[in-house]
Ligand binder design. Structure first.
Ligand code: ATP
Ligand code: MG
Length: 244
Protein backbone atom coordinates (compact mmCIF):
# COMPACT_ATOMS: atom_id res chain seq x y z
CA UNK A 1 0.00 0.00 0.00
CA UNK A 2 1.24 3.48 -0.87
CA UNK A 3 1.52 5.71 2.20
CA UNK A 4 3.18 8.74 0.63
CA UNK A 5 2.64 10.03 -2.87
CA UNK A 6 4.48 13.09 -4.15
CA UNK A 7 3.44 14.41 -7.57
CA UNK A 8 4.77 17.26 -9.70
CA UNK A 9 6.34 19.14 -6.79
CA UNK A 10 8.14 22.35 -7.71
CA UNK A 11 9.58 25.03 -5.46
CA UNK A 12 11.32 28.28 -6.37
CA UNK A 13 13.30 30.53 -4.06
CA UNK A 14 13.32 33.92 -5.78
CA UNK A 15 14.26 32.51 -9.15
CA UNK A 16 16.31 29.61 -7.82
CA UNK A 17 14.68 26.34 -8.82
CA UNK A 18 15.09 24.25 -5.67
CA UNK A 19 12.64 21.52 -6.78
CA UNK A 20 11.27 20.72 -10.19
CA UNK A 21 8.61 18.13 -11.14
CA UNK A 22 9.53 15.83 -8.26
CA UNK A 23 7.49 12.64 -8.24
CA UNK A 24 7.74 9.43 -6.26
CA UNK A 25 5.78 7.04 -4.06
CA UNK A 26 6.68 5.31 -0.82
CA UNK A 27 5.02 2.09 0.28
CA UNK A 28 3.94 1.48 3.85
CA UNK A 29 6.86 0.04 5.85
CA UNK A 30 9.32 0.87 3.11
CA UNK A 31 12.74 2.45 3.72
CA UNK A 32 13.59 5.05 1.08
CA UNK A 33 17.09 6.52 0.99
CA UNK A 34 17.47 9.97 -0.53
CA UNK A 35 20.85 11.02 -1.88
CA UNK A 36 22.26 13.79 -4.01
CA UNK A 37 24.86 16.57 -3.99
CA UNK A 38 24.78 19.53 -1.60
CA UNK A 39 22.04 21.93 -2.66
CA UNK A 40 20.18 19.25 -4.66
CA UNK A 41 16.94 20.07 -2.84
CA UNK A 42 16.77 17.17 -0.38
CA UNK A 43 15.99 19.22 2.73
CA UNK A 44 13.61 21.42 0.72
CA UNK A 45 11.75 18.28 -0.31
CA UNK A 46 11.33 17.31 3.37
CA UNK A 47 10.17 20.85 4.14
CA UNK A 48 7.49 20.56 1.46
CA UNK A 49 6.39 17.07 2.53
CA UNK A 50 6.12 18.05 6.20
CA UNK A 51 4.42 21.39 5.64
CA UNK A 52 7.24 23.78 6.56
CA UNK A 53 7.12 25.09 2.97
CA UNK A 54 4.20 25.23 0.56
CA UNK A 55 5.22 24.02 -2.92
CA UNK A 56 4.60 26.26 -5.95
CA UNK A 57 3.28 23.27 -7.87
CA UNK A 58 2.36 19.70 -7.10
CA UNK A 59 0.76 17.66 -4.36
CA UNK A 60 1.69 15.62 -1.31
CA UNK A 61 -0.69 12.79 -0.46
CA UNK A 62 -0.28 11.06 2.89
CA UNK A 63 -2.29 7.86 3.35
CA UNK A 64 -4.45 8.94 0.43
CA UNK A 65 -5.20 12.40 1.86
CA UNK A 66 -4.03 15.61 0.29
CA UNK A 67 -1.89 17.34 2.94
CA UNK A 68 -0.28 19.91 0.62
CA UNK A 69 0.16 23.22 2.39
CA UNK A 70 -1.11 21.99 5.76
CA UNK A 71 0.81 23.17 8.81
CA UNK A 72 3.72 21.03 10.07
CA UNK A 73 1.83 20.57 13.30
CA UNK A 74 -1.24 19.11 11.60
CA UNK A 75 0.90 16.88 9.43
CA UNK A 76 2.82 15.64 12.47
CA UNK A 77 -0.44 14.90 14.26
CA UNK A 78 -1.57 12.92 11.26
CA UNK A 79 1.59 10.80 11.65
CA UNK A 80 4.30 12.27 9.45
CA UNK A 81 7.25 13.56 11.48
CA UNK A 82 10.70 14.78 10.54
CA UNK A 83 14.02 15.36 12.24
CA UNK A 84 16.10 18.45 11.54
CA UNK A 85 19.52 18.53 9.92
CA UNK A 86 20.51 21.08 12.56
CA UNK A 87 19.39 20.06 16.01
CA UNK A 88 17.78 22.64 18.21
CA UNK A 89 16.91 21.26 21.64
CA UNK A 90 15.69 23.40 24.48
CA UNK A 91 19.00 23.60 26.29
CA UNK A 92 17.61 24.75 29.60
CA UNK A 93 15.54 21.57 29.85
CA UNK A 94 16.62 18.05 30.62
CA UNK A 95 16.77 15.39 27.94
CA UNK A 96 13.59 13.82 29.32
CA UNK A 97 11.76 17.17 29.39
CA UNK A 98 12.72 17.80 25.77
CA UNK A 99 11.22 14.46 24.79
CA UNK A 100 8.10 15.00 26.95
CA UNK A 101 7.48 18.28 25.18
CA UNK A 102 7.36 16.46 21.86
CA UNK A 103 5.22 13.65 23.28
CA UNK A 104 2.70 16.21 24.49
CA UNK A 105 1.34 16.63 20.99
CA UNK A 106 -0.85 13.66 21.92
CA UNK A 107 -3.21 14.29 24.84
CA UNK A 108 -2.56 11.80 27.60
CA UNK A 109 -2.39 11.64 31.41
CA UNK A 110 0.81 13.07 32.94
CA UNK A 111 1.95 9.69 34.22
CA UNK A 112 1.51 8.03 30.87
CA UNK A 113 3.34 10.93 29.20
CA UNK A 114 6.28 10.47 31.54
CA UNK A 115 6.41 6.71 31.04
CA UNK A 116 6.24 7.02 27.28
CA UNK A 117 8.92 9.71 27.20
CA UNK A 118 11.25 7.67 29.37
CA UNK A 119 10.66 4.64 27.19
CA UNK A 120 11.70 6.60 24.11
CA UNK A 121 14.74 8.11 25.86
CA UNK A 122 15.87 4.60 26.77
CA UNK A 123 15.16 3.25 23.31
CA UNK A 124 17.55 5.74 21.71
CA UNK A 125 20.20 4.90 24.31
CA UNK A 126 20.01 8.13 26.35
CA UNK A 127 18.75 6.50 29.57
CA UNK A 128 21.80 7.68 31.53
CA UNK A 129 21.23 11.23 30.33
CA UNK A 130 17.51 11.49 31.03
CA UNK A 131 17.77 14.03 33.84
CA UNK A 132 20.72 16.01 32.59
CA UNK A 133 20.46 19.27 30.66
CA UNK A 134 20.25 18.79 26.90
CA UNK A 135 23.10 21.30 26.49
CA UNK A 136 25.52 18.80 28.05
CA UNK A 137 24.96 16.24 25.31
CA UNK A 138 27.80 15.62 22.84
CA UNK A 139 26.95 15.65 19.10
CA UNK A 140 26.02 11.98 19.01
CA UNK A 141 23.71 12.52 21.98
CA UNK A 142 22.03 15.50 20.35
CA UNK A 143 21.37 13.38 17.29
CA UNK A 144 19.76 10.74 19.46
CA UNK A 145 17.71 13.37 21.23
CA UNK A 146 16.49 14.69 17.89
CA UNK A 147 15.46 11.14 16.99
CA UNK A 148 13.81 10.65 20.39
CA UNK A 149 11.73 13.80 19.99
CA UNK A 150 10.48 12.55 16.64
CA UNK A 151 9.74 9.07 18.01
CA UNK A 152 7.84 10.55 20.94
CA UNK A 153 5.28 11.68 18.37
CA UNK A 154 4.78 8.06 17.28
CA UNK A 155 5.26 8.65 13.57
CA UNK A 156 3.82 6.38 10.90
CA UNK A 157 6.23 8.02 8.47
CA UNK A 158 9.55 9.27 9.82
CA UNK A 159 11.71 11.61 7.73
CA UNK A 160 15.35 11.72 8.80
CA UNK A 161 17.62 14.51 7.59
CA UNK A 162 21.22 13.32 7.92
CA UNK A 163 20.87 11.67 11.32
CA UNK A 164 24.33 10.12 10.95
CA UNK A 165 26.22 13.30 10.05
CA UNK A 166 28.89 14.15 12.60
CA UNK A 167 28.90 10.67 14.13
CA UNK A 168 31.99 8.46 14.10
CA UNK A 169 31.42 4.97 12.62
CA UNK A 170 31.08 3.34 16.06
CA UNK A 171 28.32 5.80 16.95
CA UNK A 172 26.46 5.16 13.69
CA UNK A 173 25.91 1.46 14.27
CA UNK A 174 23.39 1.71 17.13
CA UNK A 175 21.45 4.38 15.23
CA UNK A 176 21.29 2.16 12.14
CA UNK A 177 20.14 -0.76 14.28
CA UNK A 178 17.46 1.43 15.82
CA UNK A 179 16.19 2.53 12.41
CA UNK A 180 16.02 -1.05 11.16
CA UNK A 181 14.19 -1.96 14.37
CA UNK A 182 11.65 0.83 13.89
CA UNK A 183 10.60 -0.71 10.62
CA UNK A 184 10.70 -4.31 11.89
CA UNK A 185 9.02 -3.77 15.26
CA UNK A 186 6.82 -0.75 14.68
CA UNK A 187 6.23 -0.94 10.93
CA UNK A 188 7.40 2.66 10.59
CA UNK A 189 7.97 3.93 7.06
CA UNK A 190 11.31 5.73 6.77
CA UNK A 191 12.62 8.35 4.37
CA UNK A 192 16.21 9.18 5.11
CA UNK A 193 18.50 11.76 3.55
CA UNK A 194 22.07 10.56 3.92
CA UNK A 195 25.52 11.22 2.51
CA UNK A 196 27.10 8.16 4.13
CA UNK A 197 26.75 5.64 1.33
CA UNK A 198 27.48 2.58 3.47
CA UNK A 199 24.36 3.40 5.48
CA UNK A 200 22.29 4.04 2.36
CA UNK A 201 23.35 0.67 0.93
CA UNK A 202 22.61 -1.15 4.15
CA UNK A 203 19.23 0.31 5.03
CA UNK A 204 17.42 1.32 1.84
CA UNK A 205 14.84 -0.77 0.04
CA UNK A 206 14.95 1.86 -2.65
CA UNK A 207 16.97 5.00 -3.29
CA UNK A 208 15.86 8.30 -4.80
CA UNK A 209 18.60 10.46 -6.29
CA UNK A 210 18.04 14.22 -6.48
CA UNK A 211 20.20 16.53 -8.53
CA UNK A 212 19.51 20.23 -9.10
CA UNK A 213 16.00 19.83 -7.80
CA UNK A 214 15.07 16.95 -10.07
CA UNK A 215 14.77 13.21 -9.63
CA UNK A 216 17.85 11.96 -11.43
CA UNK A 217 17.28 8.27 -10.72
CA UNK A 218 15.29 5.89 -8.53
CA UNK A 219 15.72 2.20 -7.88
CA UNK A 220 17.54 -0.28 -5.70
CA UNK A 221 20.77 0.90 -4.09
CA UNK A 222 22.72 -1.29 -6.52
CA UNK A 223 20.86 0.12 -9.51
CA UNK A 224 21.33 3.78 -8.67
CA UNK A 225 24.94 3.47 -7.57
CA UNK A 226 25.89 1.83 -10.86
CA UNK A 227 23.95 4.40 -12.93
CA UNK A 228 26.53 6.48 -14.87
CA UNK A 229 24.44 9.66 -14.44
CA UNK A 230 24.42 9.22 -10.67
CA UNK A 231 28.14 8.52 -10.61
CA UNK A 232 28.78 11.66 -12.63
CA UNK A 233 26.47 13.93 -10.65
CA UNK A 234 27.16 12.66 -7.16
CA UNK A 235 29.31 9.66 -6.50
CA UNK A 236 32.30 10.73 -8.58
CA UNK A 237 35.16 8.29 -8.68
CA UNK A 238 34.41 6.79 -5.27
CA UNK A 239 33.62 3.08 -5.36
CA UNK A 240 30.03 2.28 -4.41
CA UNK A 241 29.71 1.73 -0.67
CA UNK A 242 32.49 4.15 0.21
CA UNK A 243 31.89 6.34 3.20
CA UNK A 244 31.71 10.08 3.07
N1 ATP B 1 14.63 29.09 2.63
C1 ATP B 1 15.40 29.21 1.54
N2 ATP B 1 15.51 30.37 0.88
C2 ATP B 1 16.26 30.50 -0.23
N3 ATP B 1 16.95 29.48 -0.78
C3 ATP B 1 16.89 28.29 -0.17
C4 ATP B 1 16.12 28.08 1.04
N4 ATP B 1 16.25 26.78 1.41
C5 ATP B 1 17.07 26.21 0.50
N5 ATP B 1 17.45 27.09 -0.43
C6 ATP B 1 18.30 26.80 -1.61
O1 ATP B 1 17.68 25.73 -2.30
C7 ATP B 1 18.64 24.80 -2.79
C8 ATP B 1 18.37 23.43 -2.20
O2 ATP B 1 18.71 23.47 -0.82
P1 ATP B 1 18.52 22.23 0.16
O3 ATP B 1 18.84 22.69 1.52
O4 ATP B 1 17.18 21.64 -0.07
O5 ATP B 1 19.64 21.22 -0.37
P2 ATP B 1 20.12 19.83 0.23
O6 ATP B 1 20.02 18.84 -0.89
O7 ATP B 1 19.42 19.53 1.49
O8 ATP B 1 21.68 20.12 0.49
P3 ATP B 1 22.66 19.58 1.68
O9 ATP B 1 23.12 18.21 1.23
O10 ATP B 1 23.78 20.57 1.66
O11 ATP B 1 21.90 19.57 2.97
C9 ATP B 1 20.00 25.38 -2.41
O12 ATP B 1 20.50 26.11 -3.51
C10 ATP B 1 19.68 26.29 -1.24
O13 ATP B 1 20.60 27.33 -1.15
MG1 MG C 1 19.99 19.30 3.43
Amino acid sequence: MTILNVTGVGKDFRGLRALSEVEFEVGQGEILGIIGPNGAGKTTLFNVICGALAPDTGRVLFAGRDVTGRSPDRIARAGMVRTFQLMRPFGSMSVLENVSLAAQHERQPARRLRERSLEVVERVGLGQWAHRPATELPTAGLKRLELARALAMRPKVLLLDEVLAGLVPAEREPVLDLLADLREQDGTTLLFIEHIMAAVMRLSDRVLVLDQGRVLAAGSAEEVTSDPRVIEAYLGEEPAGAEG
